[in-house]
Design a protein around this ligand. Structure first.
Ligand code: GYE
Length: 362
């Protein structure tokens, strides 16, 4: 039997329809209040964000520290190259001169699954485990500036930097040519070496070059003490060396910051810094050619000779990444061409390993 709809039911149905309509209107209202945030719009934005993120090449850069002007210029070159505008998402970590900090940074980069790890290692030894972890994770490691001493060279893709021993050979060739031109007996060269951070590639190459030249030429290499590539430490070391020896006439500093510290100690002790060692001056030589004060000292004759060490590795590392991205295998070791500087006119050229270099004014 057909059920008749009474007045009460009709009102109930009307009330329900009205509530449904209100709900629909409220729903639409919310959408109308915030244009551009429809489900479609939000999804599109998310897509373009992740597309942009995917388009960046992500790099983790572990810099060893901030000990010198060379290092600051190097950091600036790297940060200026690996920018968002250039298509990179860079995570930068300063290791504060501690290998343990650098290892922690590399582990963090591995966790973050970066595309490349860039490492400027403090010292050569002790990298096998962490570089093994990077290889396990399939992340290529590019070494910048200094090298690592690993059991397996495949733990890193490639390296770019300077030939530190060649730099040293240039400086020692200059000392030899200059002192010979002044008829100074090689045995009368009493040299102290203020070394860089012990165990770093720059220190090892520069110390080796001097030790070999001293042996080959019959120079008196009296002491080798680390100044840690810093001005402050080198000043202390020079003060101590002046107490130990009264006949120093050549101070070989393994970077410009050390030369500045050594000159300050020498001058405070009343010594005359210059190249006229036959007449009691103390000759200072150094490496880098980056620090403005050191270049000014070179112009004044307080630093006799500087082997250039070029810190501008950012674009060089980028070229290596681009090669890898193209599917190429870049050369394992990439050496940078460098100059030798002196303001002293007597020596215009030096020859090292059959290559002749003009001595230039910086
Ligand atoms: O010569 C020195 C720096 O490894 C080439 O490190 C680098 C050296 C540079 O502290 O100034």
């Amino acid at each position: 039997m057909e059920k008749r709809i009474g007045k009460k039911e009709k009102w109930l149905a009307l009330l329900c329809s009205a509530m449904v309509l209100i709900c629909l209107l409220i729903g639409c209202g919310l959408r109308i209040d915030k244009p551009g945030q429809s489900d479609n719009d939000t999804a599109e934005k998310k897509d373009s964000d992740s597309l942009a993120a995917e388009n960046y090449i992500t790099v983790g850069f572990s810099q060893l520290g901030a000990e010198s002007d060379w290092r600051s210029a190097n950091t600036e070159s790297m940060l200026g190259t690996f920018t968002k505008e250039n298509g990179y998402d860079l995570e930068y970590k300063n290791g504060q001169q501690k290998q343990s900090n650098q290892i922690t940074a590399i582990r963090m980069f591995i966790q973050q699954e970066v595309d490349y790890i860039l490492l400027a290692p403090a010292t050569e030894d002790g990298w096998d485990s962490v570089l093994g972890e990077a290889r396990e994770a399939g992340i290529p490691v590019i070494l910048v500036d200094r090298m690592v001493n690993t059991s397996d060279k495949n733990l890193y893709s490639c390296w770019v930097g300077s030939d530190f021993e060649l730099e040293s050979k240039k400086v020692t060739a200059w000392i030899k040519a200059y002192t010979e031109s002044k008829n100074i007996d090689p045995a009368d060269l009493h040299i102290v070496n203020i070394q860089g951070s012990i165990g770093s590639t720059a220190q090892l190459g520069r110390s080796r070059g001097l030790a070999n030249a001293a042996r080959d030429n019959g120079w008196d290499l009296m002491a080798e003490v680390s100044g840690d590539f810093t001005e402050t430490k080198a000043r202390e070391v020079m003060e101590a060396l002046l107490k130990r020896f009264d006949n120093i006439n050549v101070v070989y500093c393994e970077n410009d910051n050390e030369a500045i510290g050594a000159i300050s100690a020498l001058e405070s002790a009343g010594k005359k810094v210059g190249s006229d060692i036959a007449n009691g001056e103390i000759m200072v030589v150094s490496f880098d050619g980056v620090n403005e004060k050191a270049l000014a000292y070179a112009r004044e004759g307080k630093i006799a000779c500087i082997a250039e060490c070029n810190p501008l590795h950012g674009p060089r590392v980028e070229a290596l990444i681009e090669a890898i991205e193209r599917g190429e295998t870049p050369d394992k070791f990439n050496y940078v061409d460098e100059k030798i500087y002196s303001y002293i006119d007597d020596i215009s050229q030096i020859t090292v390993d059959d290559v002749t270099y003009d001595v230039e004014k910086p």
